[in-house]
Ligand binder design. Structure first.
Ligand code: HGY
Ligand code: MN
Ligand code: MN
Length: 411
């Protein structure tokens, strides 16, 4: 059967070599990767993948948010099956987050070529721009603009920490790849499947090599701004101070407490990015900004946290800015059943679990029937240079992806 034939044509060494080669674009000394979206390293990584896609006989297209699409034509003029993920990374990222899903998609294209097999439907491998959201906020920007192009209007003027706008970064991308044809915006995909590392401990703890991901928990990002008064660290008596950091820490404590009270064991709350002005050792902080990343599987808890956070911030006379929000997502039953079928066909055990991390698939789920596959993360570590997955698990995940995509391409 053709799906099994393509799964068996997946080449583990070729996949591992592509992961190591892509990781050289923005390689860190500690073995991690630092490749911000649309920066020079990302541009060069894209150039490498465009050349590799062309060598596989694929057409290459781009859209208004610099999402890239590598397309292997099918025999019939039908809606394509899509797979893919992101290649932008965290500042102290690893080699696999996002990249694995893109490169496993390339491996499926190569396996189809090796097996000299045609499919009914086209197969497209996508690179979604700025999934991490660390250079430009919000996260999953490219996939959100792909499914709803009107979002580009409010993304264009978003600035990175050096003041560059997204539209200037997109102009730079266009000048780096002049003449790339635009993908037809109206073309809706038949289905989307994203392969990703779990980035948590569940699969390793259960000693199971795969997960059929049933959905993604909801997420809320905020920026908080606290105002104090700059004054001399040596001469200003403690009772007279308006120390912005003292207030920010009190605010953080209250927000942390309410997050745990509302979310209980499923709470995931992170205060990850801080900035202090004037950030001088002997001046009392005049202003402190910090971010909140709150996640939970239940929409009601996300809404309750939002309400409490606004009330707490108001009571402290601070300011809160909502940066990003996405409701919990449930993936499509027919795609999940296709993934389950692929795991069974390859005699591989799989858990069903909800993703703690968000992924581009959360937006693709509003565009077409979508689903995800996970492989284990060693020690559950990700967003860290030590991020790693057993080579056999990486190859197994790619084989399940190949089986599932081939089945969908012949729907
Ligand atoms: O933050 C996330 O969940 C994703 O890894 N960008
Ligand atoms: Mn990711
Ligand atoms: Mn990530």
């Amino acid at each position: 059967m053709i799906a099994r034939q393509i799964a068996d044509a997946v080449n583990q060494d070729r996949l591992l070599e592509s992961i190591d080669t892509l990781a050289t674009f923005g390689a860190r000394d500690d073995g991690g990767v630092d490749r911000p979206a649309l920066g020079e390293r990302d541009i060069e990584a894209r150039r490498f993948l465009i050349e590799r896609a062309r060598a596989l006989g694929c057409g290459v297209h781009v859209d208004a948010c610099a999402n890239l699409f590598f397309r292997r034509e099918g025999d019939a003029a039908l809606a394509p099956v899509m797979t893919g993920s992101h290649i932008d990374t965290q500042p102290t990222g690893g080699k696999l987050d996002g990249c694995y899903g893109v490169l496993a998609g390339f491996e499926v294209l190569a396996a189809m070529n090796d097996a000299n097999v045609r499919t009914r439907r086209p197969l497209e491998v996508a690179i979604w721009t700025n999934e991490e959201g660390t250079r430009f906020s919000p996260g999953a920007m490219g996939s959100s603009a792909f499914v709803e192009p009107s979002r580009m209007a409010r993304y264009a003027d978003v600035r990175d920490s050096e003041g560059m706008t997204l539209s200037a970064a997109l102009d730079h991308h266009r000048s780096a790849f002049p003449g790339l044809p635009q993908r037809a915006q109206h073309e809706v995909a038949h289905a989307f499947v994203e392969l990703h590392i779990e980035q948590g401990p569940q699969l390793e703890d259960a000693d199971v090599p795969l997960a059929v991901v049933s959905g993604i928990q909801g997420v809320r990002w905020y920026a908080l701004h606290v105002q104090g008064s700059a004054a001399h660290a040596g001469t200003t008596p403690m009772p007279l101070r308006r120390d912005a950091m003292t207030l920010a820490i009190a605010l953080r404590q209250e927000l942390d407490a309410i997050a745990h009270e509302l979310g209980r064991a499923d709470t995931r709350v992170t205060f990850g990015r801080w900035s202090i002005e004037p950030n001088s050792i002997n001046t009392i902080p005049s202003a402190v900004s910090f971010t909140i990343d709150f996640r939970h599987p239940e929409a009601s808890v996300l809404a309750a946290f939002d309400e409490h956070a606004h009330a707490i911030v108001q009571r402290h006379g601070a300011r809160i800015e909502a940066l990003f929000t996405h409701a919990p997502v449930a993936f499509d039953a027919s795609v999940l059943s296709c993934i389950d079928g692929a795991c069974r066909a390859l005699d591989a055990r799989a858990l069903h679990l909800t993703s703690g991390a968000f992924h581009d698939a959360m937006y693709l789920a509003t565009h077409c029937p979508s689903g995800m596959i996970f492989v284990p993360s060693i020690d559950g570590i990700s967003h860290n240079p030590a991020e790693a997955t057993d080579a056999g698990h990486l190859a197994l995940g790619a084989r399940v992806l190949a089986h599932c995509l081939t089945t969908l391409c012949n729907d």
